[in-house]
Design a protein around this ligand. Structure first.
Ligand code: NAP
Length: 323
């Protein structure tokens, strides 16, 4: 079978498609024939070698994928051959034609969803869920601003907040991205490239501010976010690519809080609970992953370059040439 391999940290060119050995599931594992792999910004940070987490070399990017269960290892219960699934945190990597995964990281993919949509669930939806409910404890009726709503995690956050009956505001940097965020159920969408958009957000809330703010680009926005918060508002930092200055008085005057998260810190049990809830939402149709771009697996380098560029439109996925 074929898989992308990273044999040294570096630029996108270190992602190379190679012929690798076939896989055999061990106890508690299944082999999934992959039809799509999700491309996350963190895949690119890790591959560059500058991220806090460095897997041993060589490795295959492993976060998100979807396909069908092809082989079941010993002591596996509850999964059948042929089942359509999405996979998060695969043992052997998802930028590949097949992967091994522990059963706790394999979840049912409802028939209404395509495999590329399945590959768009793991990191983005679990992150948005943890930020919204696990960290911010957002509740029905609250106003949520998704600051960076046009990408994989942002579209997931808008859908989750909307499904939980919150009033959702979003931002994007292109007309196409803004339209996409509107289609996910946002009550209003703002252009985060417009010079006056922060004032317009505040005005839209009648000067009150937002209860919850999910931040995808804290290195640019965090200082200004604090002035968008309502009394007892909470910002959750999901993404940041550098340092930023804040004025703590902006928090004090509101009894507000800055929270931060990484999906790597969510316990296996909490992750399981999150995915049970996500599968419910996916089955009901309230959650519908948005796939903006599909590229063949051998274009993993281009995909990882693209995921760091502005102009997000849902998720970028890789398609292996199985079939
Ligand atoms: P993505 O699909 O590439 O989307 C990036 C988003 O950031 C887009 O909506 C983009 O909008 C927006 N953005 C760009 N410039 C912005 C600005 N000045 N202000 C506000 N938003 C801006 O990536 P993603 O998967 O959604 O991830 C978003 C961020 O969260 C990334 O930094 C990622 O590393 C991080 N993340 C963290 C975790 C975690 O565990 N903490 C998990 C998943 C993702 P336009 O392109 O429309 O301008």
């Amino acid at each position: 079978m074929k898989a992308i391999k990273v044999r040294e940290f570096g630029g996108p060119e270190v992602l190379r498609l190679e012929e690798v050995e076939d896989l055999e599931p061990g106890p508690g594992q299944v082999l999934v024939r992959l039809k799509a792999a999700g491309v996350n910004p963190v895949d690119a940070y890790i591959r560059s070698g500058t991220y806090g987490r460095k897997p041993p070399l060589h490795y295959t990017p492993w976060m998100d994928g979807a396909g069908t269960v092809e082989k079941i290892g010993p002591k596996v219960k509850g999964l059948k051959k042929g089942a359509r699934v999405y996979v998060e945190s695969a043992l052997t990597g998802t930028y590949a034609e097949a992967c091994l995964a522990e059963t706790r990281n394999v979840h049912p993919l409802p028939p209404s969803l395509t495999f590329p949509q399945g590959a768009a669930i793991g990191v983005p939806y679990a992150t948005a869920h943890q930020a919204l409910f696990g960290k911010a404890k957002a509740k029905k009726g609250e106003t949520v601003l998704v600051h960076g709503a046009s990408g994989g995690t942002g579209t997931a956050a808008v859908q989750l907040a909307k499904a939980a009956q919150m009033r959702v505001l979003g931002t994007a940097g292109t007309e196409q991205g803004m339209q996409l965020v509107r289609e996910q159920g946002a009550a209003e969408v703002f252009d985060h490239k417009a010079p006056d958009y922060l004032e317009r957000i505040l005005k839209f809330t009648g000067g009150k501010g937002v209860d919850v703010l999910l931040e995808m680009a804290a290195q640019i926005n965090l200082g200004k976010d604090l002035n968008l918060l309502a009394s007892h508002g909470r910002v959750v930092v999901i993404g940041s690519r550098g340092p930023v200055e804040i004025n703590p008085r902006d928090l004090m005057s509101r009894d507000a809080a800055i929270l931060a998260m990484t999906l790597f810190n969510v316990s296996p049990l909490d992750k399981l609970k999150i995915h049970l809830d996500l599968v419910k939402g996916l089955k009901s149709g309230k959650l519908k992953p948005v796939v903006g771009r599909e590229l063949p697996l051998d274009q993993a380098a281009q995909a990882q370059e693209a995921v760091l560029q502005p102009g997000a439109f849902g998720k970028i996925v890789l398609i292996p040439s199985n079939d």
